[in-house]
Design a protein. Structure first.
Length: 246
């Protein structure tokens, strides 16, 4: 069995459609299979609204796609629910509209004027009017993990030592250090994004597909068979390097 996974999109609609084109070419050779999107659909890039609508419509029309929830997706919906809400994954100095988070770019993609330069109350009111309820419902209903074949797909990672079926949302969408520094086998290959790196990399017990699309890097689309993975490129499948082979 094979399946596909796509890393953090961050509002880059054209990169997402290009990734889907590469997957379609691979499917033409190897057969159809599910596509797992690892979350962070929004923020930083220019067209978060387009990304969300494309994925929402695809699933509604019966595409075999799974879209996971990322921390940025939760930040977006929680801002709409309550702009004063503080995500426990963020330091107190940050809010979703802080330039480091990229929330303003998301609201701009919905036509909200100057989201970083006006009072939050006014921005929130405009956001409620601009963001379709269907988009809010779609983001809020996203799963935080998806087991498939010999893998578990999540956004950020898992809490080592905790059973895979007992993981909590906060870790699945935010964890870094404890997960990234743990070399032990987790019982499944953990496929994740969240922590931006230069290129998709296999660590043996995990596969990181966040190749920094949010910061001008490529959007990685991979095909996974068992615990082996290949990056989909314009010239076909290329083995994803193991960290120790670099």
């Amino acid at each position: 069995m094979h399946f596909y996974a796509i890393g953090d999109i961050h509002g880059h609609f054209h990169l997402l459609t290009e990734a889907h084109e590469r997957i379609a070419e691979d499917m033409a050779r190897h057969g159809p299979a599910p596509i797992i999107h690892l979350g962070d659909l929004c923020d930083r890039g220019p067209d978060s609204a387009g990304v969300i609508e494309y994925l929402r419509l695809g699933i509604a029309e019966g595409e075999d796609w799974v879209v996971l929830k990322g921390n940025h997706d939760r930040l977006f919906t929680q801002f709409l629910n309550d702009p004063s809400w503080a995500d426990p994954g963020l330091r107190a100095v940050y809010s979703w509209l802080h330039p480091a988070l990229g929330g303003a770019a998301t609201l701009a993609s919905y036509g909200v004027h100057a989201p970083q330069d006006r009072p939050v109350v006014a921005v929130h009111a405009d956001a409620l009017a601009a963001v379709p309820q269907a988009h809010r419902d779609f983001l809020e209903s996203r799963p935080t993990s998806h087991p498939i074949a010999e893998a578990l797909c999540v956004h950020a990672g898992i809490r080592p030592g905790v059973a895979l079926d007992a993981q909590v949302e906060q870790d699945l969408i935010w964890i870094r250090k404890e997960f990234l520094e743990d070399p032990t086998d987790h019982g499944a290959l953990i496929i994740h994004g969240h922590t931006a790196i230069a290129e998709a990399t296999h660590y043996g017990n995990r596969l990181n597909l966040d190749s920094s699309a949010a910061y001008g890097g490529p959007l990685s689309a991979a095909v996974i068979e068992g615990r082996h993975a290949w990056l989909l490129t314009e010239t076909g499948r290329q083995p994803i390097p193991y960290a120790w082979d670099r």
